[in-house]
Design a protein around this ligand. Structure first.
Ligand code: IPM
Ligand code: MN
Length: 359
């Protein structure tokens, strides 16, 4: 029987609560599909930082390398200045473990409400492949004459051909494996960022022509992409883009698919250790209230299973979520916080776990 080593990092605010439900569902899937999980918890986050000054030590990164995957709740603490934990934990893990892909499915499930009029699950089903380790996020740059009227600040969008190529390769492979419309759309800004996105565009066509003749290539500027994501989301199959644009369009994607209560993502190193997370944040004011929708975290768990190669288990979890969302007694909610009369965090987790067990 296969055993997978999973590092659990609940993180801040409501992160540990949603992760608990995610783990419950993974355990149910493991029992059902005949594999097991060997989990270890790590308490990095705002509380630990405030108590000890420690954010995410290098030794933890070394520990993470021993795992098959990392399952993360959320990072962000109201008493810690913004940026410290995000950079010190989330971005450090992404960079140090070279998780160079941020994979973000944008899929509207039946029973979930989208704010887009007249669009349903048959229209909203695409995936964003965001480059996750470079671009504007490298921190290249600096500031001079800080605090004076002459202050100058620079932060550069830096990409090497290698970084672009490995991301494109993942995206082309993904479009092929996904086998939906076999279309990959490069989202860029070639009309203004004439160095960086020119590099992306040349690399995109060179690779596509040579190695992926079966995949149709499209190009869209990032501003137009946001427009089409709302107006004609059915046009997209797989979108590939740089780090900053990817950050922005994936939040739009989260809203299009029904909100932060649903949206999940994977930080993927195809050759190393990957990390899966709900993308809704830590929602600190709801901590301990058992009112945060755990579905996003459960969907992150589904991605984790898929990544481990347990595709049957992943499919089971997805189907169980849909069964719960569309069940007659489900009070309905697509938002991150469960509203008055809705089911609690625990209840939703229990129901999905039961649906997995009885599938
Ligand atoms: C995300 C988040 C992070 C990012 C922040 C918290 C650093 O917004 O995962 O999309 O910008 O990548
Ligand atoms: Mn973001």
């Amino acid at each position: 029987m296969a055993t997978y080593k999973i590092a659990l990092m609940g993180g801040d605010g409501t992160g540990p609560e949603v992760l608990r439900e995610g783990v419950k569902v993974l355990e149910a899937a493991a029992r059902r599909c005949g594999f097991s999980l060997d989990t270890a918890s790590f308490d990095f986050g705002g509380d630990r930082y405030l108590a000890t000054g420690e954010i995410l030590p290098d030794s933890a990164i070394e520990d993470f390398r021993q795992f098959d995957a990392i399952y993360l709740g959320a990072i962000g603490h109201p008493e810690v200045k913004p940026g410290i934990l995000e950079k010190g934990i989330l971005l450090k893990a992404r960079f140090e473990l070279d998780q160079y892909i941020n994979l973000r499915p944008v899929k509207l499930y039946p029973g979930v409400e989208t704010p887009i009029k007249d669009k349903g699950p048959e229209d909203i089903d695409f995936v964003v492949v965001r480059e996750n380790s470079a671009g504007l996020y490298t921190g290249f740059g600096g500031v001079q004459r800080k605090g004076t009227p002459h202050e100058v600040a620079v932060q550069s969008m830096v990409y090497s051909r290698n970084e672009v190529d490995r991301c494109l390769k993942f995206a082309f492979d993904y479009a092929r494996k996904r086998n939906k419309d076999k279309t990959l759309t490069l989202c860029g800004k070639t009309n203004v960022l004439t160095y960086v996105y020119d590099l992306w565009e040349r690399a995109f066509h060179a690779m596509g022509e040579k190695e992926y003749p079966d995949i149709k290539r499209e190009y869209a500027h990032v501003d137009a992409t946001t427009m089409w994501m709302v107006k004609n989301p059915e046009w997209f199959d797989v979108i590939v883009t740089g780090n900053m644009f990817g950050d922005i369009v994936t939040d739009l994607g989260a809203m299009v698919q029904g909100g932060m209560g649903i949206a999940a993502g994977g930080n993927i190193n195809p050759e190393g250790v990957s990390m899966f997370e709900p993308i809704g944040g830590s929602a600190p004011k709801y901590t301990g209230l058992n009112v945060i929708n755990p579905l996003a975290c459960i969907f992150a768990g589904q991605m984790l299973l898929d990544h481990l190669g347990e595709s049957e288990a992943a499919l089971l979890v997805e189907k169980a979520c849909v069964a719960v969302i569309t069940s007659d007694d489900f009070p309905g909610m697509s938002a991150r916080e469960i509203k008055e009369g809705g089911w609690s965090t625990t209840q939703i987790g229990d129901r999905v776990a039961e649906a997995v067990a009885s599938a």
